[in-house]
Design a protein. Structure first.
Length: 106
């Protein structure tokens, strides 16, 4: 990991959207919302998972998140899209597929 101070400064800059030029396309966001964005795993001695960046920058601004989202608003939008997808689109799709499968068996 980088110097802790640099890391924290980067996270602070990211939080205030200091790079308004960076952009993420709707397509990229939608793809992530469907696929699901795998952020770092919870720290665990058992598995050896550990995200130093998260420790210093917080759960919603660690390097893993900043690497994929140019600004917090994109991450927040992603979370909303993902939830909507899982609750509405994903569920409706699975119900449709399961329903068709059941009908076939009748
Ligand atoms: Zn992380």
């Amino acid at each position: 990991m980088k110097d802790i101070k640099d890391e924290i400064r980067e996270a602070e800059n990211w939080k205030v959207d200091a790079n308004p030029g960076v952009y993420m396309s709707v397509n990229e966001l939608v793809t992530l919302a469907i696929r699901g964005f795998g952020t770092c795993k919870k720290d665990s001695l058992k598995t050896g998972d550990y995200c130093a960046s998260r420790k210093y920058c917080g759960e919603d601004a660690c390097n893993c998140i900043r690497a994929s989202f140019p600004a917090p608003e994109y991450y927040e939008l992603y979370l909303r899209l993902r939830e909507y997808y899982l609750h509405n689109v994903g569920e409706a799709l699975l119900e449709k597929i399961a329903g068709e499968h059941m009908r076939e068996k009748q």
